[in-house]
Write a protein that binds this ligand. Structure first.
Ligand code: UDP
Length: 355
């Protein structure tokens, strides 16, 4: 059974900008896989979004300025004049009759609130754990009134909500043909992600300074002052900022590293970068936090370290030779292929459409 799908992106930034974090990769990978399976779709995304092959409807308007992860629990919802979020959902309202299902990728209040006002069913792919009371409340209302429509990436992410049992756990998937297995790495370590406080880059840099091993840093400098503070605090750390790379370039350079350090301060919903590393054969050294606890196979494809312990990172680095790069690639092939992800998501869609 083929479906017509309308995929609505995050209002944080254009696809390809990096401002949308892991959501950008999740959305485009899902679109590729759904098209391969014969479904029809259109992606609705902020103006300036780029994609080689995917059908994108670009929508103009103001991007969201304050990421949910920078808010306090009791903060209210704020929208700017001419908000791209509102504009994307106004477009969805107008074209909804042409689609069987709308899929929301934004961690925002508005699409959840609008759910009962739409005639076309909406699946919500929730990309972060509990951050604010107002978001918790609206996600829970949708979970209760539209059972089975709330998808998440990991059980640990779901467990941050009081309604965890109402969430559908989907993990994530990658086009593994893009990620090449690299059997013989250099000595360098890697850190990949948005450079922002919740991602905890400073701990990886501190571990680099102690061990003297080069740390290659890949990602968008989302918070410049945070980056500058790290550079001032660790002037002698052997770091190399490579930049924000396309997936093709990223996998090549990441694959050459001995390990990926994943050092979040927050409950990382999943950690796309972790499965991208595994796909290249790069083992993980990750804080025992969030989705990473479900991804790392302890002692085989990575080590889980006491959260916020730089010394723990340093100890784990000494044991890197015990990890198996082949097993890393194998784990990605078994759990995180696009086909495996496509099966999970297709089942999710079909259940929603049966109701
Ligand atoms: N990324 C990228 N190029 C880079 C560094 C990162 O495309 O140079 C992407 C990476 O592929 C991943 C995303 O940025 O999809 C980060 O997602 P993740 O789920 O790890 O964290 P989030 O930003 O969503 O919190």
């Amino acid at each position: 059974m083929y479906h017509k799908l309308l995929l609505i992106s995050t209002p944080m930034g254009a696809l390809g900008s990096g401002l949308g974090g892991g959501v950008e990769l999740t959305l485009s990978n899902l679109a590729i896989e759904m098209l391969r399976r014969g479904h029809q779709l259109e992606i609705v995304a902020p103006q300036g979004s780029v994609s080689n092959s995917l059908p994108i409807k670009e929508i103009s308007g103001e991007l969201i300025q304050i990421p949910a992860q920078n808010q306090s629990r009791s903060d209210p919802i704020l929208l700017h004049k001419n908000s791209v979020l509102a504009n994307m959902w106004d477009y969805a309202r107008q074209v909804q009759a042409d689609y069987d299902l709308i899929v929301n990728f934004a961690y925002d209040w508005l699409p959840l609130y609008l759910t009962p006002f739409f005639n076309t069913p909406i699946a919500h792919f929730i990309s972060m754990g509990s951050l604010t009371d107002v978001m918790d409340e609206i996600i829970e209302q949708v979970a209760i009134n539209f059972p089975g429509t709330i998808g998440v990436h990991s059980q640990t992410q779901a467990a941050t909500f009081t309604f965890a049992q109402r969430c559908i756990c989907l993990l994530n998937g990658l086009d593994l043909s893009i990620y090449k297995f690299c059997p013989e790495p250099t000595q360098s370590l890697a850190w990949v992600g948005r450079i922002a406080p919740e991602k905890g880059l400073e701990d990886a840099v501190a571990a680099g300074e102690i061990t003297g091993i080069t740390l290659k840093i890949f990602g968008l400098k989302q918070d410049i002052s945070y980056w500058e503070k790290i550079c001032q605090k660790y002037p002698n750390a052997p770091i190399e900022y490579v930049g924000f790379l396309s997936t093709v370039e990223l996998q090549e350079k990441l694959g050459q590293c001995r390990s990926l350090l994943v050092t979040p301060r927050w409950v990382e919903a999943f950690g796309n970068v972790a499965i991208e590393a595994l796909a290249c054969g790069v083992p993980l050294i990750a804080y025992r936090r969030g989705g990473l606890t479900e991804i790392v196979q302890e002692g085989k494809t990575g080590f889980l370290v006491e959260p916020d312990s730089v010394q723990g990172l340093v100890e784990a680095i000494k044991h890197l030779d015990e990890l198996d790069r082949q097993a890393c690639r194998q784990q990605a092939e078994t759990l995180y292929s696009l086909e495996a992800m496509g099966d999970r998501v297709e089942q999710w869609f079909q259940k929603i459409l049966k109701n």
